[in-house]
Design a protein around this ligand. Structure first.
Ligand code: PLP
Length: 439
């Protein structure tokens, strides 16, 4: 079926048992033959699929709404869409993107508490109703631009155990929830639930428990609203290298949900994981195009204090890389040196690492960096005219077949419902037409 052609989705199938590493090596050889040394990412869709299975197994009550800001690569969004996840979008462009890639409006939450009016109007025009808020002015804006929106009140929670804290900027204090709900009622708006985010890369699973308890408290003072949605945000680790394991967090969340939102309470639970799905799915290949030996005593190049400074051609932000590791393209037992790796721009912040042990690399050699999928592409820029890295997506035939089955099911459902809806529409039209003629 043409619609399921991998080329159409820009996806490469790893035929004959090929591995991601072999694909990367082949790509490097192809690029070298074409005298090209541009950086590139490889997105491993099997990794995304495995993450999905792990999620479903460990958090069966929680539907993930993938945080699109983390990585907007179309192939991964299509994959997640086929797997049935929803999407957390933060802007008009993100909503537009996921809709163009097969997501339906009912599977989108516009999860930014402060939104430009034009973006709210766009969401309304495209049928996206679920959105978050945390202040009175936002409520006034929403009443003007999208009065039928399904609102989710974001509350502040304790994020002190997270590497990137978010609650200084986002969320209403739980004590202010009553006032906000009252105002929403006065404006005739509908508040359907509560959301929170414990901060990115959370290292204490109890933060989720405390936040779920806080959300329960807001549910208990719902001011007459029929609340039916709890959104537990993101903050989940993307790899096993992180001190707190996903499974540990999941266990803590499940216990807290059963206590504060038992299965029969009629509340739908969603989450907004970003890093969890993307971190380990991407590998970055960069070319070393400059090298300086900056040791104090250059004559002792072989001494253990040698420091190599290498410039690679990807301007990626180190701040978003948490658990990456560097892999030289060819395995080697050579002596290792303390090395500094820079991006290519004139920005002195464009530094990938200031201390890693590497064998001496030569200009023209390639380095691979593991686990570069979370936020690196989203925040990379074309500053100084250096292009962003291209992405090649790969998948094994087995996973591709599983995805096709899921896509076919979706298409079949649509093929069934579209004619039924058309017939219903014609029927209603004829009824109204007859009635009108009778009058
Ligand atoms: N949801 C919101 C509102 C966010 O701001 C973020 C990250 O900034 C996420 C979800 C994703 O967080 P994470 O990548 O930690 O899962």
């Amino acid at each position: 079926m043409a619609a399921l052609d991998p080329k159409r989705y820009d996806i490469n199938i790893l035929e004959n048992g090929g591995t991601v590493r072999e694909f990367i090596d082949k790509k490097i050889d192809e690029l070298s033959l074409a005298d090209c040394s541009e950086p590139f990412h490889v997105a491993d869709l099997d990794d995304v699929y495995k993450k999905h299975l792990t999620w479903s197994e460990n958090l069966p009550r929680v539907t993930p709404f993938y945080a699109v800001k983390c990585n907007t690569t179309p192939a991964v969004i299509r994959t997640l869409s086929a797997l049935g996840t929803g999407f957390d979008c933060a802007s008009k462009a993100e909503i537009e993107l996921v809709l163009s890639l097969g997501a339906t409006p009912d599977r989108i939450i516009y999860a930014h508490t402060t939104k430009p009016e034009a973006h709210i109007k766009y969401a309304r025009a495209r049928g996206v109703h679920m959105m978050t808020f945390d202040n009175q002015d936002e409520l006034t804006k929403i009443a003007r631009c999208h009065p039928s929106a399904k609102l989710v009140l974001r509350i502040t929670v304790d994020d002190s155990s997270s590497l990137r804290r978010l609650n200084l900027k986002f969320g209403a204090r739980p004590a202010a929830a009553g006032g906000l709900l009252r105002r929403a009622g006065e404006l005739g708006l509908d508040v359907v639930g509560v959301s929170f985010h414990v901060g990115c890369m959370c290292s204490d699973s109890r933060a989720y428990r405390r936040a779920i308890a806080d959300a329960r408290h807001v549910f208990n003072t719902a001011m007459g609203f029929q609340m039916s949605l709890l959104d537990i945000g993101g903050g989940f680790p993307g790899s096993d290298n992180f001190p707190l394991k996903f499974e540990e967090i999941a266990e803590c969340i499940n216990v807290a949900l059963d206590e504060f939102f038992p299965p029969d309470c009629g509340v739908q639970i969603i989450a907004e994981p970003g890093r969890y799905f993307m971190e380990t799915a991407f590998t970055l290949a960069v070319n070393v195009f400059a090298k300086t030996v900056t040791m104090e005593d250059a004559a002792e190049h072989n001494g253990k204090d040698a420091v190599l400074t290498m410039e690679t051609n990807e301007n990626t932000s180190l701040s978003c890389l948490i658990s990456w590791q560097l892999l030289k393209r060819c395995r080697s037992r050579e002596r290792r040196y303390r090395s500094v790796i820079w991006g290519p721009t004139c920005d002195s912040m464009d530094r990938l690492t200031d201390s890693c042990l590497l064998p001496e690399l030569q200009v023209g050699e390639w380095l691979l960096m593991d686990a570069t999928g979370a936020y690196t592409l989203s925040v990379s820029s074309n500053f100084n005219g250096f292009e962003r890295a291209t992405v090649f997506s790969v998948v094994t035939p087995e996973t591709w077949r599983a995805l096709i089955l899921l896509l076919e099911q979706t298409l079949n459902t649509m093929n069934f419902y579209c004619p039924v809806l058309l017939i219903l529409f014609c029927f209603c039209f004829l009824l109204l037409f007859n009635r009108f003629n009778c009058i």
